[in-house]
Design a protein around this ligand. Structure first.
Ligand code: RIB
Ligand code: CA
Length: 308
């Protein structure tokens, strides 16, 4: 039995690779990949992801995107990376006529809504970007929360500082939740089970050139490894982490992780907007990943990439 999953992401390098890993994972039934206007220009990351699927001759999920701007947009210089990804020379061999998905493109929230409406089995929603489009689904149709098995969210900073350096932030929030705090609060308040892959655990896994070399070493016999190595090469010189690939690993191989219960709330205004604040009274219980088997995680990535 495969696990039905929807992946909502914001189209940066780690998001696109995370979606690819879910697609390659044998135990996952990836039903849709939806892109939000977070850390990319979604038309660019959408087009890049179609090219990735075409390059690897994959089939299955519907791909969608929405351009609705978030409350606190990511810096343009980060978002522009999506233009580089979409224009990668590796994709020059791909003809648009053979692109993975043809025809009209639907909005992210419509696709998520449709998947939930029609499913017989509750779906796991993995979110690795701002929760803007996911929240819209439940603002419009709150009853659909009964169709969600759990949310697995890359976001938050429980016992560590945040990673936002902006004039309207005191630095306590993590980018995905800071980008749209009301949307995050909507999802937290649904009281559907949540697993958080917060900075507490992603800080333990900076991206490394050693790992890139291991991916490159298998690129000759695996197109997915060639593609992944090309994508990771774009970020090898900046401070980058396995944020989103770690989050999907939490769905693909949860045994790699240890989780702890914590009661938290998302703050929606002021200098701490987007902060996942611990609460003794109030707030809600979530599970957050406290530790991960780092070597096991890297082996999993290499194993999935080698399969294509
Ligand atoms: O804070 C890290 C998160 O912000 C990651 O999901 C990254 O892709 C960006 O969305
Ligand atoms: Ca992301």
């Amino acid at each position: 039995m495969s696990l039905p999953v929807i992946h909502d992401n914001d189209g940066h390098v780690d998001d696109l690779l995370a979606a690819l890993l879910l697609w390659l994972a044998p135990g996952v039934d990836l039903q849709a990949v939806t892109i939000t206007a977070g850390d990319s220009y979604p038309d660019q990351s959408f087009s890049a992801f179609l090219k990735m699927a075409t390059f690897l001759d994959l089939e299955g999920p519907e791909i969608a995107y929405s351009e609705d701007e978030v409350v606190n947009p990511f810096p343009d210089s980060w978002r522009s990376e999506s233009r580089l990804v979409n224009g990668m020379p590796l994709f020059s061999e791909i003809s648009l006529k053979s692109a993975y998905q043809q025809g009209p493109v639907r909005k992210s929230h419509s696709v998520i809504s449709d998947c939930l409406s029609h499913t017989k089995e509750p779906i796991t929603i993995v979110s690795t970007g701002p929760l803007t489009n996911v929240a819209k689904v439940f603002d419009d149709r709150p009853e659909l929360k009964s169709k969600v098995k759990e949310f697995v969210i890359m976001g938050g900073a429980i016992n560590v500082p945040g990673n936002v350096e902006q004039d309207n932030s005191d630095g306590s929030a993590e980018w995905n939740l800071y980008a749209d705090p009301p949307a995050a609060k909507t999802i937290f308040d649904l009281n559907v089970p949540i697993k958080l892959v917060s900075l507490d655990v992603t800080n333990q896994l900076p991206f490394s050139k050693d790992f890139l070399e291991r991916v490159q070493a298998q690129a000759e016999t695996s197109r997915a490894s060639r593609l992944a190595a090309t994508l990771w090469s774009l970020v090898k010189s900046i401070q980058y982490y396995f944020w989103d690939t770690l989050t999907v690993a939490c769905v693909i191989r949860p045994s790699l992780f240890e989780f702890k219960d914590v009661k938290v709330d998302v703050l929606t205004s002021g200098m701490s907007q987007g902060k996942t604040a611990g609460r003794l009274l109030g707030g809600r219980k979530v599970k957050f990943a406290s530790t991960v088997d780092k070597d096991g995680f890297k082996e999993l990535l290499l194993e999935l990439l080698r399969s294509r």
